[in-house]
Design a protein around this ligand. Sequence first.
Ligand code: GAP
Length: 535
Amino acid sequence: MLRQSRTLTSSQSSVPPFTDGTDLPFNPKLFTAKLAVRSSIHNSPFAIYEKVSAPNIETIVSLAKRRGFVYPSSDIYGGLGSAWDYGPMGVELYNNVKQAWWRWMVYERDDIEGLDSSIILNRLVWKYSGHEETFTDPLVDCRECKTRLRADKLEKAEKTNDASEEPAFLKDIARRIEQGYYKCPSCGSKNLTEPRPFNLMFQTHVGATAEDDASALVYLRPETAQGIFINFLNVLVTSRRKLPFGIAQMGKSFRNEVTPGNFIFRTREFEQMEMEYFVKPGEDEAAHQEWIDACNQWFQTIGISNANLRLYEQPKEELAHYAKRTVDIQYRFFPEREDEERQWDELMGIANRTDFDLKTHSKKPEDAEGKRLNPDSTEDLSYFDEQTKQRFYPYVIEPAAGVNRTVLALLMDAYSEKTNDKGETRVILKLHHSMAPIKVAVLPLAKNKPEIVGMAKALKRSLQPIVRAVYDDTGGIGKLYARQDEIGTPFCVTVDHQSLEDEAVTVRDRDTWEQERVKVADLPTHLLQRIAVVS
Ligand code: GAP
């Protein structure tokens, strides 16, 4: 979404939030309590109390670093603000998200093609898309402590509950700053500058040219979508497509965010999964609703609980300049916040972009005086309908999600704890099997017994072509189980002394901790039957 019209108010969704299955509005405390009761009667001796979902992002930051999901980037040189690196577990989870999305979006449908366009595009793409002019955040400086702030995220100097006082436009914010309505969140001063637009696109230069050579100026893409629009004709022709059809793309995007933060929620470099679905004008509203429902369902399919998702209808004043309607799928990223409304933030946006993008990149459209609106384009990105013999610019429905935010939502949602009567707490990451970085860990009960180690290693090798499997002997069996629980491995296979005799192993389930003896010959089939796939 373009930033000119970003969230400036915290208005209510017109779509009611999801419930926890009762007629009452969703109550996270009640929901957790119900699960605690449910967990106390399941048959694990350890589980006397179970919490579901991470209580806050900080809990995940610590788990992510401890278990190799995400590390602060450039840490040995003091870090780099909002940059994060994905470790051995993180990269697997990250790739699982992308693979699941691509399979769902491209392979399982018959009306979507894939694309991988350049990150650096001709500067004119961003001129005509509107990004050069409008992809901005309003910026304010604190004159006292020199902190740079996003004007639409300023703190009120005095607490007030009147939502109608929330300013929606830059000029309102300017007036309120002058009246001392806001304070700097760092030092509390009301001595703030007037807001001014700050363009979020990262600039660089192509070729061995001078830094100030304007003709060499290019941007790192702030969304993958424009790469799709400029390839609309290429894909249409080479794939012999007819409307409706879509083009999907995953890839890095870059935004020089004024206030990045909340771990991997808002970063300057991130990855998007976007799809532009082209339809006949008039068929756009129904298609939009179908994609809203389908995407909401998809997040649940990969394991995010319904209770932590909701739909948010963007009010008119929040819509980007190209959008007719946009609905966000929000996740409860901030469950610790007292104000329920502030617990939610965007996981995905689903916009009806109308025919804005194809038209703006086309050479033909003219203004009232017959002047070409885009004198630089060499193509007309319109569509000829053989049936009606009419030419028009297709409307576009755009589901756009962030890979990083999906990873964060999955980690938060899967987080659970079991505490025993001694007060010892275990973390269990109840990821959907398809998202788990490792599906099976093969563990020897005694690492000083070469026959047991040899059998365990051979088992790991035989499972690897079928599922992502690891071998681990770096601790006692209790520690090894705990470590696998913490990274979300659905099954542990233990090789013990008896295995050498009866050619059988113990399969332990992450969620129930139940153990089952399985013949080695039956193990691949047994595991494949039990590992849940995204359906
Ligand atoms: N082409 C439309 C578009 O880019 P957007 O709402 O700005 O729309 C889509 O971005 C998704 O990309 C968001 O829902 C979010 O998941 C992700 N995203 C956007 N900015 C991000 C950032 N700075 N850090 C991490 N993810 C981001």
